[in-house]
Design a protein around this ligand. Structure first.
Ligand SMILES: [Zn+2]
Ligand SMILES: [Zn+2]
Length: 296
């Protein structure tokens, strides 16, 4: 199996430790759990090259504590150099490490063309598309009391509508190859009774735009305690023939390949026989095989 979504830095500051040593640790863990390839997909907002985008992303918003918190958040995070990151991952590949050069491209409303332009000069294997914020509300940031408090007075259907619309815009921008954690809006376990419209629109966004969907074990480590996407959305994707890839969303080497035995059974149950890996932004279907040392 492929672990198509791996971070090398924890959240917060701390991007300065040597990338090469870090990648070695991730690859050792991948080998130990039978993962064949790892896509290194650090967040775009970790890099100083994203600052011009981040500066423009929320200019239309009225001043508020949430907006102030968002500015503080990205100023803390946008400290690494994208060129150095690209070089380090490409060198690791050249040395035979089973890594792919990727990025988790967060959703920048109305700025996806500029994101595409910024990234077009780099030799990425795979770009993941993610929605983590709705305006300046970081709805999935469990460590932000300010963002979590919003959940207490928000209309659930309205929050889900905003999220789905953001995924639709992100998918139709064609800037990314994969939709990551497709139903992330459920992360805090606040879920409306009727999810059929949410699932239909999310599955259509993937299908209509020819995107691969990530099936991720990260949700099992969150309050929702369920993989992304949930089983009924996964079935819908399978019906439409939307290709998938597998992911841990690890922020630490010990999490690489986490829950992949369960992911494998889920995908097998949904009728998947292949998953996608990527080469220079082109999907490559490989047989879906359980991540176990016996298979290697
Ligand atoms: Zn993410
Ligand atoms: Zn991630």
């Amino acid at each position: 199996m492929i672990d198509c979504h791996v971070h090398i830095w924890p959240h917060g500051s701390g991007t300065s430790f040597p990338v090469e040593k870090t990648l070695e640790k991730y690859c050792e863990q991948a080998a130990a759990v039978g993962i064949e390839e790892l896509a290194i997909t650090e967040h775009l907002f970790r890099f100083v090259q994203a600052i011009p985008l981040l500066e423009r992303a929320w200019t239309a918003e009225e001043p508020s504590p949430l907006l102030e918190d968002m500015h503080t958040y990205w100023r803390t995070h946008a400290t690494a150099d994208l060129d150095a990151y690209v070089t380090a991952v490409e060198m690791a590949k050249a040395r035979g490490m089973p890594v792919l050069l990727g990025l988790e491209v967060d959703y920048y409303p109305a700025l996806m063309d500029a994101v595409g332009e910024l990234l077009s000069g780099y030799p990425f294997d795979v770009l993941l598309g993610s929605v983590h914020w709705l305006g300046s509300w970081r709805f999935d940031d469990l460590d932000s009391k300010l963002s979590m408090d919003v959940w207490d007075h928000v209309q659930l259907d309205e929050a889900y509508e905003r999220y789905v619309a953001a995924v639709e815009e992100l998918a139709s921008s064609h800037v990314c190859d994969v939709l990551a954690h497709l139903d992330l809006i459920k992360v805090t376990a606040r879920v409306p009774e009727d999810l059929s419209w949410v699932h239909n629109r999310l599955a259509d966004a993937a299908f209509m735009n020819g995107m691969t969907v990530e099936v991720s074990s990260a949700g099992w480590r969150k309050p929702i305690a369920e993989q992304y996407p949930c089983s009924s959305l996964l079935e819908l994707l399978a019906e439409k023939g939307v290709p998938v890839t597998t992911a841990s969303d690890a922020h630490d080497p010990s999490v690489v390949g986490h829950g992949f035995d369960k992911l494998f059974r889920l995908l097998e149950g949904a009728g998947y026989t292949h998953e996608n890996t990527f080469r220079r932004r082109s999907p490559l279907a490989v047989p879906l095989e359980a991540a176990s040392l016996e298979k290697r």
